[in-house]
Ligand binder design. Structure first.
Ligand SMILES: [Zn+2]
Ligand SMILES: [Zn+2]
Length: 354
């Protein structure tokens, strides 16, 4: 498998971001990303997708869309649509039908920032996800960097503090979101977890001071989704796009806080009799299973099955666990940055069946 790093929730100047697609690609190249997916609000920007280069490094920029019903009060249910390849915002008023259309076009749909909160200090309302009865979603955004920023903003003073100290923000996914994800997994819905920056690179003017709030490059070194591809990226757009969306659909992915330290090399497998399953995969418990987790560095690691912690390790790089129960197994890894314990790696599940 070939690991790549993707930032897949990004706004350009076509909606409420400030950067062009070329500027976003350049920031992605500087941050060491392999791919960026832009997701402007209710606008599918056809044209800028393709490879961008910086010396011998290359980055694939793909275009998706973040769709919501602008006639709904209050505003809720932001849907990330990837790989559909056409404008779908005109179908926003019927969420179930919209998601079905995405599916029919071979695209992927994710509930964005599902537990977003209001931040009155910056005039932002709560854009959480309301409709959990919706079927056919590919997955949910378990960690959204902008949502986490909003949660810190009790007053305008807090807003200024965090704008000038952005490294203080990324602590981890909301516990409520992880609980909801587990509930869905227990109910048998195989939702893929992704992480997004929701990067806008907003400009704020404070008297004589002008500041970009979280430049794209900063965000791209933070909350990313790592994908495990069946083949390396070839440089051919249609082929590589297919590899990326296949890995996302199957949940061959983990969400990482790359501010802490590189998360490349993380692995999570279940080994059974003559068979191995990776993230997104299924394996039978019949002949006994050993779960193996390999961390990029020593850290605190938790193995979770159907929402409950079944094993924990401290300061270890290699963790093994004999699994007897069936269910959705996933991994959470925590590490320390600036004296504070933070979420580092959140795997997608391996499904252990009878
Ligand atoms: Zn949104
Ligand atoms: Zn967004």
């Amino acid at each position: 498998m070939h690991e790549i790093v993707v930032n897949l929730h990004v706004h350009s100047h076509y909606s409420d971001g400030t950067g062009s697609h070329a500027e976003i690609a350049a920031a992605g190249l500087k941050a060491g990303l392999d791919a960026v997916i832009t997701t402007d609000h209710n606008l599918y920007v056809d044209g800028p997708q393709g490879y961008y280069h910086d010396g011998d490094r290359k980055l694939l920029l793909l275009v998706g869309e973040e769709i919501h019903d602008r006639t709904r009060t209050p505003q809720k249910n932001h849907l990330l649509v990837l790989g559909a390849g056409v404008e779908l915002a005109d179908r926003a008023n019927d969420l179930a039908k919209l998601i079905k259309s995405v599916e029919n076009l071979g695209g992927l749909s994710f509930a964005a920032h599902p537990d977003d909160v209001a931040a009155p200090a910056i005039g932002e309302e709560a854009l959480n996800w309301e409709d959990w009865r919706i079927q056919d979603l590919t997955g949910i955004e378990i960690w959204n960097a902008f949502s986490e920023f909003k949660r810190h903003l009790k007053t305008k003073v807090h807003a200024l503090f965090y704008i000038w100290n952005p490294h203080k923000i990324a602590i981890g996914p909301f516990a409520k979101t992880l609980r909801k994800w587990d509930e869905q997994l227990i109910a048998g819905r195989r939702l893929v977890g992704i992480g997004g920056s929701d990067a806008h690179a907003l400009e704020v003017q404070l008297g004589p001071l002008k500041k970009i709030v979280f430049p794209y490059e900063f965000h791209f070194q933070g909350i990313n989704t790592h994908l495990l591809l069946e083949e390396p990226l070839s440089g051919e757009i249609a082929h590589d796009q297919k590899l990326i969306y296949q890995a996302l659909r199957q949940g061959r992915a983990f969400v990482a806080n790359d501010h802490l330290a590189t998360t490349k090399g993380f692995s999570f497998h279940a080994h059974g009799y003559g068979h191995t399953a990776m993230m997104g995969g299924t394996i039978s418990a019949r002949w006994g299973i050993t779960i193996q987790i390999r961390l990029p560095a020593e850290a605190e690691c938790r193995l979770i099955c159907n929402g409950a912690i079944v094993n924990e390790w401290n300061n270890q790089k290699l963790c093994t666990h004999p699994a007897k129960e069936t269910g959705a197994y996933r991994v959470e890894v925590y590490s320390v940055l600036h004296g504070q314990k933070r979420g580092w790696i959140f795997s997608n599940p391996i499904y252990v069946t009878e």
